[in-house]
Design a protein around this ligand. Structure first.
Ligand code: FAD
Ligand code: ZN
Length: 482
């Protein structure tokens, strides 16, 4: 039966859209960090929504599970298949067209396979800004961004992918196409269905296109790197910066001294912008589309005032675009630098902004009590309450022995998050990696409602089965034994 359906799928997408030769298939089966290596019957690459719909219809008839894939930069194993080889990968990579730009309406409509950087560029060419921005923007695709509700560095000002979405086109698990490509900022006609598919990690349907918000292009951008003595001061400065800048604060990122030190040590082109060391730093960016008042003067005044108040110890404002890039490079280098410091146990968590400082202090103490010498690197989007709380291993410890503490460290950190009403995944999603952790921290009622939504939309459990939710009673998480 399966080989018959595979032939028919090949007939739909043509030989260019059908990959089952092992060497060509391999990249679709392994995820970015190499944590999972799966197997699949084929990678199918449709070129249009109609082709996606036809493929999904065939899969629905044959009971063949589908793993949607965009740029395959996801960090939780959501976009790669399980090891059993029972499913197909459906890659949106060939559907990469910009369908329309409406500068007057400040909207853009793009196909799901459009690379994020290409979308940004298309907006820029029309003198508009598409503000979603993340480290993987050169290879992640907008359908993947939508399906993970990606965040990044501009969320503070512009919101996450969910906030940037006006309409979606989705191929449903039975192969019907839902045309929800509205370009409206106001639409109160009942349940807002698009929000079910955003952040669903491919478990409810396949996003084939989206209409997204654009913004006026900034004419002034200023970047500052400030040093602080206590993490509480970082958050106090954040509150002041927000209040003082109306809504011009675009990014506010935390960097610990240890993060700067390892970046200098391991990543070319990173240096300490300040003369003396301090325990904490923040990278902040303000931007505006108007040109009458000088942002630079305002930022200088803000810096002087917070130094005067004893909150900021020292700081520098980038004098040029190149210097601004140098400051951003410090922030971006942290992840890469950590790879050179042995094992790293990572957490991508959120707490209310007012609880960021006490979370970092308490969680750092708690993990050190359990494992003396552990080196926390708490960094990232603290303006959104989102902390990348990564834990580098003690110096000299065996990496394998350290990584054996993974689950235990997760429990300590996630308990500290839960105690503050936080989330165990602020950006990267659940996928396969955090599925069991989700069961531990979501309430039974929330899990039940999620399972009912899944059942209502995908009764055959063919859309990325075993990701986010594990069916009751299943061993490997894909399907309950039949
Ligand atoms: P994939 O990895 O291909 O897929 C992700 C999930 O979405 C999978 O579950 C997949 O099945 C599903 N999916 C993909 N396309 C579709 C579709 N069309 N329809 C239905 N389901 C689909 N993330 C952040 O949020 N913020 C960051 O700052 C950030 N920085 C990163 C930096 C680096 C260097 C890297 C490697 C990753 C980073 N990420 C970040 C994680 C990742 O880039 C995002 O999750 C991104 O949104 C994934 O897009 P993708 O196209 O690669 O999706
Ligand atoms: Zn991040």
């Amino acid at each position: 039966v399966v080989s018959g359906v595979l032939d028919r799928i090949r007939g739909v997408v043509g030989p260019k859209g059908f990959i089952d030769e092992p060497e060509a298939l391999a990249p679709y089966l392994v995820e970015w960090r190499g944590l999972y290596r799966g197997a699949a019957k084929a990678a199918v690459r449709p070129a249009s929504t109609e082709e996606v719909a036809a493929v999904v219809r065939l899969c629905a008839e044959a009971g063949l599970p589908i793993v949607p894939q965009g740029g395959n930069t996801g960090l939780v194993g959501g976009g790669v298949p399980f090891e059993d080889g029972e499913s197909i990968v459906l890659s949106l990579a060939r559907m990469d067209r910009i369908r329309a730009i409406d500068p007057l309406n400040h909207t853009i409509t793009a196909e799901a396979g459009c690379i994020l950087a290409d979308l940004q560029k298309a907006a820029d060419e029309h003198d508009r800004l598409f503000p979603l921005s993340l480290g993987a923007e050169g290879s992640c695709r907008i359908g993947g961004n939508l399906s993970t509700n990606a965040g990044g560095v501009g969320v503070l000002r512009y919101g996450n992918t969910r906030d940037l979405t006006l309409g979606l086109e989705v191929v449903l698990p039975d192969g019907r196409v839902w045309d929800g490509l509205r370009a409206l900022r106001k639409d109160n006609t009942g349940y807002d269905l698009k929000h079910l598919f955003i952040g669903a990690e491919g478990t409810l349907g396949i996003i084939t296109a989206a209409t997204l918000k654009l913004f006026p292009k900034p004419r002034q951008v200023e970047t500052a790197f400030i040093a602080l003595r206590r993490v509480e001061d970082v958050m106090a400065v954040f509150a002041r910066a927000r209040a003082a800048s109306s809504d011009l604060l675009t990014a506010f990122e935390l960097i610990p001294r240890f993060g700067l030190e390892i970046s200098i040590k391991h990543v070319a082109g990173v240096s300490d912008p300040l003369a003396a060391p301090y325990p904490w730093y923040a990278l902040l960016e303000v931007s505006s589309s108007q040109t009458e008042t000088s942002l630079r003067e305002a930022l200088e005044a803000f810096l002087a005032e917070t130094i005067e108040a004893g909150l900021v110890a020292d700081g520098v404002i980038a004098a040029s675009g190149a210097q601004s890039q140098e400051l951003w490079r410090i922030r971006e280098a942290i992840v890469m630098a950590q790879n050179h410091e042995g094992g790293s146990i990572k957490h991508d968590v959120a707490v209310p902004v007012s609880r960021v400082a006490d979370f970092i202090i308490e969680a750092s103490e708690a993990v050190a009590r359990r494992l003396p010498g552990i080196r926390p690197v708490a960094f990232g989007h603290v303006g959104d309450g989102n902390i990348h709380f990564n834990l580098s291993q003690p110096v000299g410890m065996d990496t394998k022995a350290y990584l054996a503490h993974w689950a235990e460290m997760n429990r300590i950190v996630h308990d500290a998050v839960a105690a503050r009403g936080g989330s165990i995944s602020a950006e990267h999603g659940i996928g396969r990696l955090k599925r069991d952790e989700l069961r531990h921290y979501k309430s039974p009622l929330e899990l039940e409602l999620m399972a009912r939504v899944k059942q209502a939309l995908d009764p055959g459990n063919l859309m990325n089965p075993g990701k986010i939710l594990a069916p009751e009673g299943s061993q490997n998480g894909r399907r309950a034994a039949t």
